[in-house]
Design a protein. Structure first.
Lengths: 485, 485
């Protein structure tokens, strides 16, 4: 896996005129090109409904790249001219897919490609099934070289739809060909979780019910729904964040050490965590929706006032959960999960609180309040680790204060690679370690399906707060409080 | 202990014209005075052999303080005039001590002091016994108020002399009146060791033979013997550093949690550590003496060429030891101790190396060398903690590097109080937690006595090196290496 770079291939993007391709994938592809990491001779074939020729598609791409000064126009144009092609697939008929197949084979022939293909589905959920079927029926699931298909999130909108989508995908493709993307898994800190735990004996020896009192996972955004109301109205925080990103972090925090570092060993352990989660009851969940409020002193409107949101919308923009993992490592240690829009800060972090010392040896005349030590894993916006521990305040009296040791990635390594870049190269190399396996995605939906089918009441919270008060009560009932506030 | 300040008293310093008083104690006393922490009405009575009146002694003190700009002349003069007195004690006859007693009583009467007395013996070793005897025979061991006696290091030069000194001291004084000083115990980081261990559950849960592979204590000086040859020739590194400072650090690192934070609970636990140390054999010790070499690029002479050092001196300026502590917590964990002059850097630190992970899960094509994690307790020149752990290097390949989380006292608390200041206030308050008890000092001498009586060969090492090669071999034989190099 550490040897040669990816083989030359044809990178086919469905949804090539859409936001994800234009704003996210193109910059990564261009960076790979200018960085000498683009496999020589590889081409990109953009696919979308609208009719357009190669030149128009290249001009569109050059325009998209041009909005960021890190992509100089000359270089962007050279890359696009040499690499980008376009094929309209106006509908999901067999004829359209046959035309696509013909175009693919012609491009490969003309450019001496040996038939390695990636189909990247940068599409809305409802298009995944028809596109996979179209590819399969056209015989594009198996070409002269390897064939891989990348499916963006959301992979389903509940357990039944995820199972249906897996059935379609697996009708044509092997599991090893399918790359279900979760861009959180491309983040360095998320990957580093395994190194942090399993390359550091002292960390792993603390990572259990004997030493840990509670685990908090917070994914807070200060943004509102912004321009994504049509998507978000049909989704909500549980589908948009919890089922995928947050659950990925949860499984990496909680999993057992895998037997090997191959992709199935690791994913087996992640699935086992999900299998050990005690089914959620209604009172384990708080759903919230932001009302008008203020972010950083500026007033912002409520969710229901956002353009494109129904005035009586029941979509949640905040979820808090308390989970139990009933296995040998974690029985008795609550996992608290929280995500929301319009929180006071953008911050993604995992906080593990250690148990308090059994005796407060340093009890003095003034009451000593034992601050439990904590390890924080910072994922966004800074990436790194912090360790909060008790320190003696200088001076004769024995006073104790909480201070932090810190390790921030940026201090040592500078800017981190884009998560999408990591994941794209993985796809090109055929390494699916950082992608979500069929049984994993279903296990995750299985966990949240009861909540989706029978959602608890929706509670308003002011924009700029940490969610409804009920989120505090949720974990106070189990003797804890959220650390990040 | 945290309540009122110290009571007014007479602070009697033997050796009042000497270096320790003039350079170390006077600045602390003046700082207490200007800082409003000098107990109102308390006086200092300087005692030495030479005849001198109060005015001359005050002038001497003002001159000594004047060498440091943090003691403005006007303030220094005001403090000295108001506080300092002098009494010559030309010999150890009963008559001389009777004169001292008369002076003490007169001063107390004239200044309305109620008879609380501290006798601070800033004297060479050989004067401790006669002075304690003189005080006792003159009835100064018990006055109208409380009486405390402070004994500087070295407390003895071997087990027999330490026992003899304790016998003399305890003939007149109760153990609770005797304050055997070790100025390392005044250092914040040394005191913080107990807080670090016992107020932080995750630290204490790692602090044992299950998790720790080895412990290193290094006290390195870059200075040579400087002006102290006459003292040092008769002492050497084992007596000057190991028996006291290093052993204090060792016991604080290794001890069990005390039942209470009172002075005897803590010192009981420290003695237990010393009782559990396996007696040293000759091959557990390396003795070295610096030869000519270079410090920071500048040539320096060897110890035997220093003024006041015998050309054939067999005094060691370097000691390395390997110790075993045969108790439930530490059996099987080697403690490596090392101190020396003319090392490459001035550095005092304790390094605890964790055991390596049981499997190197991250083994890749290029060989993965497991770097064991370490906790470093920094004592000099910076004070703080560092945690060295393994981090994933950003990028697709799973590469691992060692990085550090740091907590440095100075970043949070600024300059730390002088250790002597802490200890002087403790004496004034009668808190002997940070002083060495009779059985403790004897247990320490008992440990090193066999080495003193039968010293292993003296090996030369170049100034500016980490000691003789044999110091590396000493611990390599047990599978380890020194971390600080």
């Amino acid at each position: 896996m550490d040897g040669a770079g990816p083989e030359p291939h044809l990178f086919v993007v469905f949804g090539a005129t859409g936001d994800l391709m234009q704003r996210k994938l193109l910059p990564v592809l261009h960076r790979l090109g200018t960085g000498g990491r683009w496999p020589a001779g590889s081409l990109v074939l953009g696919v979308a409904r609208r009719p357009m020729d190669d030149a128009a598609f290249r001009a569109m791409a050059v325009g998209s790249l041009g909005s960021d000064p890190s992509h100089p126009p000359a270089s962007a144009r050279a890359f696009c001219d040499a690499t980008l092609y376009y094929q309209s697939v106006p509908d999901e008929t067999a004829a359209s897919f046959a035309q696509l197949r013909a175009r693919i084979e012609r491009l490969e022939r003309e450019h001496g490609l040996r038939g390695n293909r990636i189909f990247y589905l940068a599409l809305p959920l409802e298009a995944f099934g028809p596109t996979l079927t179209g590819l399969g029926d056209a015989g594009l699931h198996a070409g002269p070289g390897w064939t891989r298909v990348v499916v963006e999130k959301p992979f389903g909108r509940d357990l039944a739809s995820a199972e249906a989508l897996n059935r379609i995908a697996l009708r044509y493709f092997d599991e090893k060909q399918i790359f279900r993307i979760d861009h959180y898994l491309g983040k360095e800190t998320v990957q580093n979780l395994m190194v942090f735990r399993f390359a550091n004996m002292f960390i792993e020896s603390l990572w259990n019910r004997e030493r840990i009192d509670a685990v908090e996972i917070t994914v807070a955004e200060s943004l509102g729904v912004e321009g994504r109301a049509p998507y978000y109205e049909a989704s909500g925080a549980l589908r948009d964040m919890v089922q995928n990103h947050v659950t990925q972090i949860l499984t990496l925090v909680a999993m057992e050490p895998p037997a090997t570092r191959d992709e199935d060993s690791i994913r087996n352990e992640k699935v086992k965590v999900l299998q050990s989660v005690v089914p959620l009851a209604g009172d384990d969940v708080v759903r919230g929706q932001y009302a008008a409020g203020a972010i950083a002193g500026s007033p912002v409107r409520g969710y229901r006032e956002e353009p494109g949101v129904a005035p009586g919308s029941s979509t949640e923009t905040f979820v808090a959960l308390r989970l139990r993992i009933a296995n040998w490592r974690w029985q008795g240690v609550p996992f608290y999960v929280r995500t929301g829009k319009r929180m006071p800060a953008k911050s993604t972090r995992v906080v593990l609180t250690f148990k308090a010392p059994p005796v407060t040896f340093f009890q003095t005349a003034q009451e000593y309040r034992a601050n439990p030590d904590r390890i924080s894993i910072l994922i966004q916006p800074d990436e790194g680790f912090e360790l909060a521990f008790e320190v003696k305040v200088p001076g004769r009296e024995l006073r104790v204060q909480t201070h932090r040791m810190k390790f921030h990635y940026a201090d040592v390594f500078g800017e981190l690679p884009d998560g999408y870049e990591t994941l794209l190269i993985d796809v090109m190399l055929g390494d699916s370690t950082l992608f979500v396996r069929a049984d994993e995605v279903e296990a995750s939906w299985r966990l949240y399906d009861p909540i989706l089918r029978n959602p608890p009441p929706l509670l308003p919270y002011p924009a700029g707060s940490w969610g409804p008060d009920a989120a505090q009560a949720l974990i106070a009932a189990w003797g804890h409080r959220w650390f990040l506030e």
